[in-house]
Design a protein around this ligand. Structure first.
Ligand code: DAH
Length: 339
């Protein structure tokens, strides 16, 4: 019996040392100390031992069990320590390594130009408002005094959703929407996307942006319009910029004008940039037509006002000397990064 116990202990020792993962160690525990384990088998054989030898053998079994348990415990602790050390080695953080750089996006040239225009007008006390891109024909045309047979209403120019609803072809319908609210005086700009059934080329796109301006108050005159746009042009293109108002026609303003600024590249002498003329056209404007005021619930005998509309892409192209509008929509990061 004693020899058997010695043999069990020796075998257990070998197997415990050989176990390299906690699971294997547990297998060894079950094999020797478990209910069906080898040591339990020895205990079951006690009935064959002479009664006077039983206490001695019992003691020996207990000693063997204790010895195996101790070895198991020791091995387990060693194993755990090794695992912990391995983990610490793997998880080490080198604080001296350079950090990973986050690639930051930045604003699109259109957005930069829009925010610049907004900054200028907000500085003059204007409020920035928005209108719907899908608009009623009534607001896009009728209330702006654009007659039913106007060429702009042709399906070749306007995207129709149905007979009454269009993709707005200009930001001007926001004028009517703001006037109708009846809160006077009005001093707003309204930037936004507009749509026209145009083929894509260097200067055209079926979707582009405009910024509308509208001022309505008592005693607003053409002089106010001129002064305002002069300040705007100087702020946007530099303090030496001159402005020129050329008579023009828009159905919703009377009188109407187109505004040119002196070429900021050559100062007005004439260059490739201004096509030799010294002037660059930037916007349309005029005094709000009395009929438009009336249709929008404002008494033209009491109130007058002016309006203007700027093409945002045109401003961005001019300001950043980009010669092809398509570049603004291609989302090529190598292009966009430059602004
Ligand atoms: N809506 C015009 C266009 O798309 C631009 C414009 C001209 C707007 C004169 C105005 C204005 O407010 O007074 O061509």
């Amino acid at each position: 019996m004693k020899e058997k116990l010695e043999q069990i202990k020796a075998e257990a020792t070998v197997q415990i040392q050989a176990a390299d993962i906690p699971e294997k160690l547990n297998d060894v525990r079950v094999k020797f100390l478990g209910k069906k384990g080898e040591l339990t088998a020895v205990l079951k054989g006690m009935k064959d031992v002479a009664p006077e030898d039983r206490p001695k053998i019992g003691q020996l079994v207990n000693d063997t069990r204790a010895a195996i348990e101790e070895m198991l415990e020791e091995r387990k602790m060693k194993m755990e320590r090794a695992i912990r050390e391995q983990k610490m080695k793997e998880e080490v953080i080198d604080v001296t390594l350079p950090s990973r750089k986050n690639l930051m996006g930045h604003r699109h040239p259109n957005t930069i130009a829009q925010e610049e225009v907004e900054r200028i007008f907000v500085g003059m006390g204007y409020e920035v408002v928005e209108g719907p891109e899908v608009e009623y024909d009534e607001y896009n045309f009728e209330k702006l005094n654009i007659p039913a047979d106007h060429p702009a209403k042709d399906e070749q120019d306007t995207f129709y959703i149905n007979k009454e609803i269009v993709l707005r072809t200009q930001t001007s319908p926001v004028q009517a929407r703001v006037m109708e609210q009846g809160k006077l005086p009005i001093r707003i700009i309204s930037p936004g996307r507009v749509f026209r059934s145009d083929e894509v080329d260097a200067t055209h796109s079926p979707s582009f942006h405009q910024i509308e301006g509208l001022v309505i108050d008592k005693n607003i005159s053409f002089a106010d319009l001129k002064g305002t746009l002069e300040v705007f042009a100087k702020e946007l293109f530099g303090p030496d910029t001159k402005t020129k108002f050329r008579p023009h026609h828009f159905p919703f303003t009377e009188p109407s004008a187109e505004v040119d600024v002196s070429c900021f590249k050559c100062g007005g002498k004439g260059c490739r940039f201004c096509k030799g003329s010294g002037w660059i056209e930037i916007l349309g404007c005029g005094m709000v037509h009395p009929h438009v005021l009336e249709m929008c619930g404002i008494d033209p005998k009491e109130y007058t006002g002016f309006a203007f509309g700027v093409g945002l892409e045109r401003i961005a192209l001019l300001k950043y000397e980009i010669d092809d509008m398509r570049l603004l929509y291609e989302n090529d990061i190598r292009f966009l990064k430059q602004f």
